[in-house]
Design a protein around this ligand. Structure first.
Ligand code: SF4
Length: 425
């Protein structure tokens, strides 16, 4: 079953869950899968970007293999009213899970369903291959930050201007790009070596305090090794974010960055992030090289690679530090440290970066929900590149998109495979 078929069935079989019923929280059972998909559909409509949560068989398979560990709150009749999970996402360490996928039917949001589900989920941490978890808490409000503390995770990094405002349109809670705080909690770990980058000695020391990790700290010199740096680049077009993992050092990094940044800026990207393995002796030199290229601190990513990771970032838009709503003192301190590092970049680099960002076009506001864009954005068809460039990445030009015109005229989106020019793929 594909997503379109799953949505058709969800529409056909739509039913309302009666309010005020008793419920129990429990680990996911295969019989819960249809109820979980109904919950996602009830809360997000058909706009949730990951198909798995609309397709019961996929959800069962992902839970069975352990990629997702779901907890649900279910009524006596088996309806699912709340869901939360630990799941494998972007961290290279398979034993570091992400905490999220939390949602509750509106009628049950004042009941304790979600908090009870979180409590049960936390029983998994520290066993069965889940050594720790991290989560991203948005900073256009503080509710998720409070939840992150509720599950005993603490702030370790900040990602200003991470998500475009249109990702939060349904909540109408954001006008500019939305920043996030990264939270982490590690329970099962061992003594590890951490090569401390000279520029971030104090900042990393501050973040480590409170994480309860056993680290042998080595203070290396920032030696820049020759050769070809290896960068694994992952693009998140809809968010305008590129994530790079540095897997080998090399003094050609600035040259590689020039080409990469030019291309990403032209495509309307707002942010490039770098993930660097602090368990590698060469990391200190690469951190210094990135600083010279205008990248600044994001924070620490405990056990990200197995060993700890360092997040560095470069914005092509204003990071908007002053718009971040931060609940706790520790978070405020981390934001201050990061802001200071951003300010310490030479005036020239910052001016260049922000000027480039300011001239950038806004993309089509339907990127996140457009079935054409979401289906084909990773495809290698050359034709798609120019459609994305000529329509999707430019809000003004996107008004000429045939898909948009049809949606406006009929209220229904056209077939997923209809391109912006009206051609069918
Ligand atoms: S295909 Fe059209 S509606 Fe979809 S994102 Fe591109 S411009 Fe927007």
């Amino acid at each position: 079953m594909d997503k379109a078929e799953a949505i058709r069935l969800l529409k056909e079989q739509h039913r309302t869950v009666a309010e005020g019923q008793d419920f129990t929280v429990d680990f996911f059972e295969p019989a819960d899968a249809p109820g979980v998909t109904r919950l996602f559909y009830a809360v997000y409509g058909d706009g949730y970007p990951i198909d798995t949560f609309y397709i019961p068989e996929k959800l069962i398979a992902e839970n069975r293999c352990g990629n997702i560990r779901s907890v649900v709150a279910r009524t006596a009749a088996g309806e699912i009213i709340s869901h939360v999970a630990l799941y494998c996402s972007s961290a290279p360490n398979p034993n570091l899970y992400e905490f999220g996928l939390g949602l509750t039917l509106p009628a049950y949001r004042t009941a304790s369903a979600f908090f009870k589900a979180c409590n049960l989920l936390m029983q998994l941490v520290g066993k069965d291959g889940i050594n720790g978890f991290f989560g991203e808490a948005v900073c256009n409000h503080t509710i998720t930050q409070k939840l992150s503390r509720y599950v005993n995770s603490v702030e370790t990094a900040v990602e200003p201007a991470l998500m475009p405002a249109h990702a939060y349109e349904t909540e109408q809670s954001a006008e500019d790009r939305v920043g996030c705080l990264l939270y982490a909690r590690v329970i099962a770990d061992k003594r590890r070596t951490l090569y401390m980058p000279p520029s971030y000695h104090d900042q990393i020391g501050f973040i480590l305090d409170g994480l309860n990790l056993d680290r042998e700290i080595i203070y290396p010199e920032a030696v820049i090794e020759g050769g070809k740096a290896e960068i694994k680049l992952e693009r998140f077009e809809a968010a305008g974010v590129a994530r790079c993992t540095l897997s080998a050092p090399g003094d050609d990094l600035p040259k590689q960055l020039q080409g990469m940044e030019y291309e990403l800026r032209s495509a309307g990207y707002a942010l490039i992030q770098f993930f660097i393995d602090l368990g590698k002796p060469w990391s200190a030199g690469m951190v210094e090289l990135l600083r010279q290229e205008g990248y600044y601190l994001g924070g620490l990513l405990p056990i990200w690679f197995g060993d700890d990771g360092l997040l560095m970032q470069k914005h092509f838009v204003d990071p908007g530090f002053d718009t971040l709503k931060i609940q706790y003192e520790r978070g405020k301190n981390i934001v201050e440290m990061v802001k200071k590092d951003w300010q310490s970049l030479s005036q020239k680099v910052r001016k260049e970066v922000i000027t480039q960002g300011a001239t950038m076009k806004k993309s089509c506001e339907r990127l996140d929900t457009c079935r054409f864009f979401q289906t084909y954005k990773g495809s290698s068809l050359v034709q798609l590149e120019s459609w994305f460039k000529n329509y999707c990445s430019d809000q003004v030009a996107s008004e000429n998109c045939e898909r948009k015109k049809i949606l406006k005229q009929t209220g229904e989106p056209p077939a997923d495979n209809m391109s912006p020019t009206g051609e069918l793929l």
